[in-house]
Design a protein around this ligand. Structure first.
Ligand SMILES: [Zn+2]
Ligand SMILES: [Zn+2]
Length: 390
């Protein structure tokens, strides 16, 4: 499908990089070997290399043509997950309990491939920033790069991201208008009652009955509070209370997560949960200490850059293979922090069938090396079209 000889010629070399990274996974903010690998390659290709943003982050700078003011950013993530790999492949993870189960090894490789290609061809005029971020998985490495001055140190008019997507065929790209990935927040509720003998519950204040009622009441956030046409997920994922058969405990602990596809809906959930805690605490005569922890914002593609990304993707895979009809994911993505600062677009690149556990975050997942040239061709076309050579 990819007709550019130079990109096709890089396929074997890129497969080696990807498998090397796969065999040496590192968790968020610990990507020292990966960061060294990336920086060394970028230097080899002749890019200016900046290190230390968010600790292990790397930014490569490539100017071509008249150089100057026009600039865009391309972003990849580098971290792995705390999962024991189930695949029996030659390049299987060499680190017990750690695995590239989200394909960030592939993302890093495709952005390196694009840097190599563009450094050799230089068929553009302006500045391309290659952003390699740490800790996408739950720790907010993207947010830390923004805090460390990513956009002040490297001024750019737009920033682009991509993620491989199992279940979408190889050679297909999905582009979403507006929200593409959900916000992700967490909350915790300490229910504090008064312990008693299980045979004499009237002597205490039962936190389990109150907490169970709270779990039921929380279901009304999705069913009664948010319009049926808007998406929200509130899931209780932990409920801890009690150690004995005949004792009503003093406390119960509830933890959960909130996902939404709009900032306005997201803003409604925390006060609603707080109200429910306060109301039930009064009703049961006990305490419900509520704390809410904002995680990742909604990842929202901006209109102009999304239309542009769609056009560019069509030049790479053909218009008929650019899909705009896929529902957003309720998973979260910390590229959202970069899209809060600059316009841009985050696309899904088909990774092929999702059968046999080949889904993101599964011990059976593996990035599909077949798609490496497609990712490189998309990145390269994005730069060449956003920053056209005079
Ligand atoms: Zn992931
Ligand atoms: Zn991921």
């Amino acid at each position: 499908m990819i007709t550019d000889d130079r990109i096709r010629a890089m396929h074997a070399e890129m497969t080696e990089w990807r498998r090397d990274l796969h065999a040496h996974p590192e968790l968020g903010f610990e990507e020292h070997r990966t960061s060294d690998f990336v920086a060394r390659k970028l230097e080899e290709f002749g890019l200016e290399v900046h290190r230390g943003l968010a600790g292990t982050g790397v930014v490569g700078v490539l100017q071509a043509g008249r150089g100057g003011n026009q600039a865009i950013g391309l972003r990849a993530d580098m971290d792995a997950l705390p999962i024991e790999e189930a695949n029996q492949v030659a390049y299987r993870s060499t680190v017990p309990g750690k695995m590239h189960a989200c394909g960030h090894d592939g993302h890093t490789t495709m952005l390196l491939g694009a840097a190599k290609y563009l450094a050799e061809t230089r068929n553009f005029s302006g500045t391309a920033y290659f952003i390699f971020q740490p800790a996408e998985e739950t720790k907010g490495g993207g947010r830390e790069m923004v805090r460390d001055g990513l956009f002040e140190r490297f001024p750019m008019s737009a920033v682009y991201g991509m993620h491989n997507w199992p279940g979408v065929p190889v050679g297909t790209v999905a582009v979403h208008d507006g929200p593409v990935m959900a916000s992700m927040d967490t909350f915790e509720i300490q229910v504090r009652g008064l312990g008693s003998h299980a045979a004499m519950p009237h002597m205490g204040r039962d936190p389990i009955v109150a907490a169970a009622n709270l779990v039921s009441t929380i279901q009304t956030v999705a069913s009664r509070l948010v319009p049926a046409t808007d998406a929200v997920v509130v899931s209780i994922t932990q409920f801890h209370a009690g150690d004995a058969w005949n004792v009503i405990p003093e406390t119960a602990l509830i933890r959960g997560t909130v996902r939404t596809l709009s900032a306005a809906i997201r803003d409604q959930v925390e006060p609603a949960l707080r109200r429910m805690c306060e109301g039930l605490a009064t009703a049961y005569g006990i305490a419900m200490d509520f704390s809410y922890h904002p995680g990742y914002p909604v990842t929202v593609n901006t209109a102009e850059e999304t239309a542009f990304a769609r056009e560019v993707a069509a030049t790479v895979v053909g218009r008929e293979n650019v899909r705009g009809d896929l529902a957003p994911s309720m998973g979260a993505e910390d590229f959202a922090f970069m899209l809060q600062e600059r316009p841009g677009c985050y696309i899904w690149l088909g990774n092929g069938p999702a059968d046999g556990g080949r889904v993101l975050h599964s011990p059976n997942y593996d990035f599909n090396d077949e798609i490496l040239p497609i990712g490189v061709a998309y990145w390269a076309a994005l730069v060449e079209r956003a920053l056209p050579a005079g």
